[in-house]
Design a protein around this ligand. Structure first.
Ligand SMILES: CC(C)(COP(=O)(O)OP(=O)(O)OC[C@H]1O[C@@H](n2cnc3c(N)ncnc32)[C@H](O)[C@@H]1OP(=O)(O)O)[C@@H](O)C(=O)NCCC(=O)NCCS
Length: 166
């Protein structure tokens, strides 16, 4: 896959695949109210706003978007992956692995002080196995605030090499 930064034209793709994940993939683990709240948490224009708030990447094949990822610096040594989504038509074929590995390498290269990468998921029963397969461990339980609704979530973390401690 080829990775590039988000462009204005990608907003609809990102909005669509995230919405499809909640309506097609997550229905067994979330209530209808939680699904609505999660979908409503990001309107189309929010993807444009996110581009300005942090790092935002598109994974594509032959110029066709297949997934997207966002990255947020929390502190000097901590960063978070707020969003990582693969097109529902192309799941389970190694693209998520390739995206996450690329993202980790981006952090190591561009934010070398970061030693701890975290990701919160509201559907750990569905995608927790992915993070575990990728070397992430459970950090504990947390809450994700979506459209005013607190939704229980599991936080995963992975240690990165980082710079020598100073
Ligand atoms: C989670 C997601 C990013 C994983 O991407 P993917 O392309 O489907 O996963 P891959 O094919 O790259 O799998 C990589 C590894 O994770 C494992 N894995 C992937 N999904 C898994 C699951 N649901 N349960 C258990 N293991 C899983 C695979 O078996 C593989 O392990 P292996 O190499 O040891 O065999 C993708 O399924 C997705 O976008 N899902 C919908 C949105 C989502 O859940 N986003 C995260 C929100 S927190």
């Amino acid at each position: 896959m080829h990775f590039r930064t988000f462009a204005y034209e990608d907003a609809l793709f990102c909005h669509t695949i995230r919405k499809r994940a909640f309506t097609e993939l997550f229905v067994d683990e979330l209530t209808p109210a939680q699904i609505s709240a999660c979908i409503d948490a990001y309107a189309l224009y929010d993807y444009l706003r996110m581009q300005k708030a942090g790092e935002f990447f598109i994974a594509e094949e032959d110029g066709v978007p297949r997934g997207f990822m966002t990255l947020k610096r929390l502190t000097r040594q901590k960063a978070e992956i707020p969003l990582i989504y693969i097109d529902p038509e192309h799941l389970g074929q190694g693209r998520g692995r390739e995206c996450l590995r690329w993202l980790e390498q981006w952090v190591i290269t561009n934010w070398p002080e970061v030693t701890r990468l975290t990701v919160d998921t509201v559907i750990p029963g569905i995608n927790g196995g992915f993070y575990e397969a990728m070397g992430y461990a459970i950090d504990g339980e947390t809450m994700c605030l979506c459209s005013g609704l607190d939704i229980p979530a599991t936080r995963y973390f992975k240690m990165l090499p980082g710079l020598e401690a100073d």
